[in-house]
Design a binder for this molecule. Structure first.
Ligand code: ZN
Length: 357
């Protein structure tokens, strides 16, 4: 402007046309210069920045930005590509990493962020039980060493039994207290594929890789009786439970029963308790099995309470009024008036119904 002023002063007059022309030329120049510039995004590692550049190619831009690239570094798009407005330029510097594996030591240049990426980038296989040090997620720094400690792996197929379960089902046709095996259970079988891994340290681990069933187990099914109604002589009697007992017989051991006595006068059947009374104090006289005149039996009071009313299948009703040294658990002793009848009865299994007190 100083020059223009001087020019104006020297010539005295400065033509308007020239001024306009020069202004227009300046405007055109700046507009065309602006139109040649490009806005680009530079991504370098984890950093990024926006640049305004007049460079023609990516290579030009890289040198303009003062970025030094090694052979191993990665540039996207390729250096000779013409730069366009809005381009994204990615620079990934490679770092040297040493891999120690399978008896070799080798240097790699990697663009990977962590150990896992480095192994994948170079197609390095990691087997079952192999140990990588440092671990997969470790972020790599230049000149680091990555070691693979290979494991000795053996694959083993192993068969194992599958235990069966027990199902409980109710059966209304079966008397309460009676449990019946409806179906026997059977074990199943499965096969496991196991990787037996032996580390260099000598430690051995077993990894189950898969499991498949060869044979499903068959459940054991137990039926539980639900019926509580006993029908005898056209009448229904409600019982609390039915059970199977081992039955023997005895006589009161009184004179006239025919029960053998020893030198002390003790009866074979009742010992010194041969006074003609039961343990509860009733007369030790056999009944006929009717409801009015029930039999008398000796029981184990832990199983069948004394004074209970029972029904003995094939013999009729009975009262539990006696006990005996040999009558333990699921056993009863049926009273006969005569010793020889007791002998004839012997020993048999009986189903009995116990009525609620
Ligand atoms: Zn006797």
């Amino acid at each position: 402007m100083k020059e223009l002023k001087q020019l104006k002063r020297k010539n005295g007059h400065f033509p308007l046309k020239v001024i306009l022309f020069m202004l227009l030329a300046a405007m055109l120049l700046s507009v065309s210069l602006l139109s040649m510039g490009k806005s680009v995004l530079l991504v370098k590692g984890e950093k990024e920045g926006r640049y305004y550049t007049f460079s023609r190619t990516i290579d030009d831009f890289i040198s303009e930005a003062g970025i030094e690239l090694n052979m191993e570094d990665c540039l996207l798009p390729a250096g000779e590509t013409e730069l366009k407005d809005g381009d994204m330029i990615i620079v990934r510097h490679a770092i040297p990493v040493t891999l120690i594996a399978d008896g070799h030591e080798q240097k790699y240049w990697t663009h990977a962020h962590n150990v896992n990426g480095f192994l994948q980038e170079n197609g390095i296989m990691i087997g079952d039980g192999d140990h990588v040090n440092p671990g997969f997620t470790h972020v790599l720094r230049p000149d680091e060493r990555v070691e693979i400690i290979r494991a000795n792996v053996e694959y083993v197929r192993q068969r194992e039994p599958i235990p069966y379960s027990t199902l409980r089902v109710n059966n209304t046709a079966l008397d309460r207290g009676i449990v019946k095996l409806k179906q026997e259970g059977a074990e199943g079988e499965k096969e496991k594929l196991i990787a037996v891994v032996e580390q260099e340290s000598g430690a051995v681990s077993h990894n189950v890789l898969s499991e498949h069933i060869i044979r499903e187990p068959v459940p054991r099914i137990m039926e539980y009786g639900e019926n509580t109604i006993l029908n005898r002589g056209g009448r229904n009697f409600e019982f609390s439970q039915a059970l199977y007992v081992e039955a023997t017989a005895y006589c009161p051991g009184t004179p006239g029963s025919g029960c053998p006595l020893n030198e002390q006068g003790h009866a074979y059947c009742t010992g010194s308790y041969n006074d003609g009374y039961t343990f509860t104090g009733t007369y030790a006289v056999a009944g006929d099995g009717s409801l009015e005149n029930p039999h008398i039996i000796a029981v184990d009071p832990a199983i069948i309470p004394l004074h209970s009313l029972l029904y003995l299948e094939g013999y009729g009703f009975a009262h539990a009024e006696d006990r005996g040294g040999a009558i333990k658990g699921l056993t009863i002793d049926l009273l006969f008036d005569r010793h020889e009848d007791a002998l004839l009865f012997g020993r048999r299994e009986l189903k009995v119904y116990l009525f609620p007190n």
